[in-house]
Design a protein around this ligand. Structure first.
Ligand SMILES: Cc1cc2nc3c(=O)[nH]c(=O)nc-3n(C[C@H](O)[C@H](O)[C@H](O)COP(=O)(O)OP(=O)(O)OC[C@H]3O[C@@H](n4cnc5c(N)ncnc54)[C@H](O)[C@@H]3O)c2cc1C
Length: 443
């Protein structure tokens, strides 16, 4: 059936036939019948990478656990398995996913295809660094058991390759050993941007770190932030809570009730939210405390369909990464642009990243800033100013968040693009796999 599909940002939308295989064996036949297609996991990427030109292959039913070795933490599962279903399988045995994003809904295939980064990228790399093997259906209909050793170029094109090398049917991933499901969190207040960068640098040896920036702050407080540093709590620290914490919370989320009208997010409501969030968070600064992994890693999951808060036109997340030497100046320039526009981003996250794994992996050593903006008539001209700062600083935009970056910025930002195109030419010369994003960016 043809449906109007979108990503998490609800922009852009495009018609595509939604193919729904019930098992991996259905996939080749479904794909052979259609035209240009792309895999679609949980559609948590923001823009158009999971919208196929003719068809989108939804992996939701391909979510079986194939094996899990409780002694080694090695998990083999179908690619549609979502984190929210995976964590309860592994945590009771003392294992945790090696890398998690800011939501529990993404699928294994989506996390590999975007080579997602977590709050531990500076220490552990992206999700792709923890994958041992993949079963990949290619454009010729061949199913490959792919490892780094079997075909290094195809491996590095598939990790972070946004589904353009084929359909990942299953994958084997190494989990991380933990003693509890709790995180020992320390909150650091950074009065301005320079202090936020210093606090992230000081947390280099910490397992997890992330900064939430109050984008409404100006002048001497420009870039003021709360930096959340985290470590997996030991059983000794957790005491009586240790055993129960290994059983993940099952509290259902509250659903955002309405599609918010366009005026609901304005400079006053956003500034009030940012002020409140900053002052409440700052009160917890100082001594470490224990918190369940769900609110630490996935705070936004508490409200289902929160993407409707940005109104019917949808929203764009602008996420860039900037090299360490240009980042302080470029971040300040972006913050200044945002505060001059008056309409801040209610969600602004700064993280430190290390080098990436795949040819199109987003991470590179530096600092990544993610900002959400509701779509308004003036938004695209404003984003072009942010893009110009990113380009000047030698940065790049994250494909999993992108819905409108200029092709020139994409081409300048990804130095291994030619190598990626060469693999694609070899593996899929007729471009069986194509998304609206890949066509927009000339991938
Ligand atoms: C609230 C929120 C917080 C987030 N936080 C982070 C974060 O902290 N770090 C981060 O890196 N990302 C983050 N993301 C982005 C998200 O993790 C990625 O977009 C991820 O790719 C989503 O997985 P998905 O299963 O929803 O994939 P989709 O959105 O459905 O697809 C994304 C891409 O993966 C490809 N793909 C999906 N399944 C397969 C498959 N089986 N085989 C081949 N290709 C496949 C698709 O073709 C597409 O190109 C966040 C997103 C949200 C909504």
């Amino acid at each position: 059936m043809i449906e109007l599909l979108a990503g998490w940002g609800r922009f852009p939308r495009a018609p595509s036939e939604l193919l729904r295989p019930a098992r991996p064996a259905d996939v080749p036949g479904l794909l052979a019948a259609g035209g240009q297609a792309i895999a679609r996991g949980s559609a948590r990427a923001y823009g158009d990478p999971a919208i196929g030109i003719d068809a989108s292959l939804h992996t939701a039913a391909l979510d079986r656990l194939i094996s899990f070795d409780t002694a080694t933490g090695r998990l083999h599962a179908e690619a549609g398995l979502r984190l929210i279903d995976l964590i309860p399988l592994v945590l009771p045995h003392g294992w945790f996913p090696p890398v998690v994003p800011g939501t529990r809904y993404p699928s294994l295939g989506g996390m590999i295809a975007a080579d997602i980064h977590g709050k531990n990228h500076h220490r552990d790399g992206g999700f792709g660094a923890h994958v041992e093997a993949m079963r990949l259906l290619t454009a010729s209909g061949e199913i490959l058991d792919l490892t780094l050793a079997s075909d290094p170029d195809l491996w590095r094109a598939t990790i972070g390759g946004m589904g353009l090398t084929g359909i990942i049917l299953s994958a084997t991933i190494r989990m991380h050993k933990v003693e509890t499901g709790l995180i020992r969190q320390t909150t650091v207040v950074a009065p301005n941007l320079a202090d936020a960068i210093t606090a992230l640098d000081a947390a280099d040896s910490a397992h997890y770190s992330v900064a939430w920036i109050d984008c409404s702050a100006k002048d001497a407080s420009l870039g003021r932030s709360l930096v959340f540093v985290g470590e997996h709590a030991t059983a000794a620290e957790a005491g009586a809570q240790a055993a129960a914490s290994l059983r993940p919370q099952t509290k259902p989320p509250i659903t955002f009730p309405i599609e918010a009208p366009g005026f609901a997010l304005n400079r006053f409501t956003i500034a009030a939210f940012n002020h409140l969030y900053f002052s409440r968070g700052a009160k917890k600064a100082g001594a470490p405390f224990l918190v369940d992994h769900v609110p630490y890693f996935f705070p936004l999951d508490a409200i289902a369909e929160w993407n409707r808060v940005y109104g019917a036109r949808g929203f764009v997340q602008h996420q860039c990464v900037l090299p360490p030497d240009t980042a302080p100046q470029a971040l300040a320039a972006m913050m200044t642009e945002i505060s001059a526009r008056g309409l801040a981003s209610p969600l602004a996250v700064l993280k430190k990243l290390g080098p990436g794994t795949g040819m199109l992996s987003f991470p590179m050593s530096g600092y990544t800033l993610a900002l959400d903006f509701a779509i308004r008539d003036d938004l695209f001209a404003f984003l072009a100013r942010l893009d110009a700062i990113v380009a000047e600083a030698g940065g790049r935009i994250y494909l999993a968040k992108d819905s409108c970056q200029p092709r020139a910025l994409f081409e300048a930002g990804y130095p291994e693009l030619d190598a990626f195109r060469a693999v694609r030419q070899r593996i899929d010369p007729a471009r069986k796999f194509a998304s609206h994003q890949s066509r927009r960016l000339g991938l």
